[in-house]
Design a protein around this ligand. Sequence first.
Ligand code: CLF
Ligand code: SF4
Length: 312
Amino acid sequence: MDNKISDTCGFESPSDEDIKRIIAQHPCYSKEAQHKFGRIHLAVAPECNIQCNYCDRKFDCVNESRPGVTSKVLTPLEAFEKTKQVLADYPFIKVVGIAGPGDPLANDETFETLELIRNEFPGVTLCMSTNGLALPEKMPDLLNVRVNTLTVTMNAIDPQIESQIISYVNYKGKVYRGVESAEILINNQLEGIRLAVEAGIAVKINTVLVPGINDKHIIEVAKKINELGVYIMNVMPLICQAKFAHMTPPTPAERKAVQDMCEPYVLQMRHCRQCRSDAFGLLGQDLSQMSEDRRNAIKLKNQKKIHEDEKA
Ligand code: CLF
Ligand code: SF4
């Protein structure tokens, strides 16, 4: 029998109880949790190893984050200091995520940052969002820092369709284009997802709905990820920029129709806010975009609540 990857690197898979608790406190994995628990994104990963046709590299990774504002890239130490401060000020933040502005797995700083945070905060949920190209080879590193929740952006399982969405992949020092690049990406995504599920990581798939290209195909992605044991799927509307600047984004009704079609196969996330790669706070209440006064008011309100809870 094949060794599991978790066996080969001494990783202990979380118990079912741990996974349930992690999901219940994760604002993206649980509809209910979004109102109670927050996340902080650390923008430590500027480089990317693929080129999506809807991505303008001046901005955040559109596979997970809303583009339009360039995030300030932090060093691992700056990110660590920021995390310490934010977790102390806003204890309802339970998840620390890395989602760009490029691909986390194409940047060594991702793991330097996660290691600092894991050592200081062993109980925090570590989250990451990736295009999945480097996932199989980086899986030991993910397990080493104990990433708990992982998002892979997967827009197609058919290389012909995927090749219309990406321009190239840069894999092991070589640039691939066309169907060949799509085959490499899809194979690595599927293998990476398989390894992550096997190791007990709760996996989410983001799929960008690109009208006229993958709209009728997304149901095949849903069927496949159901087989692989993925927990939840997030169908995101295309943001039209770069090579796809001339296209028309899906309407909310078109997106809902795709979500409804996929729901029988895999749980659908319908509350995504396409947040920035440096966002923190509750989804839809991004503290990074608020004035100091407003942030302080929220901080005080929370401190008061904690004080009251302690007295009760
Ligand atoms: Fe961040 Fe993504 Fe983790 Fe959530 S976001 S890395 S899974 S902690 Fe959430 Fe934001 Fe949507 Fe992402 S609302 S863009 S799905
Ligand atoms: Fe852009 Fe993200 Fe695609 Fe990389 S993975 S090209 S950063 S959208």
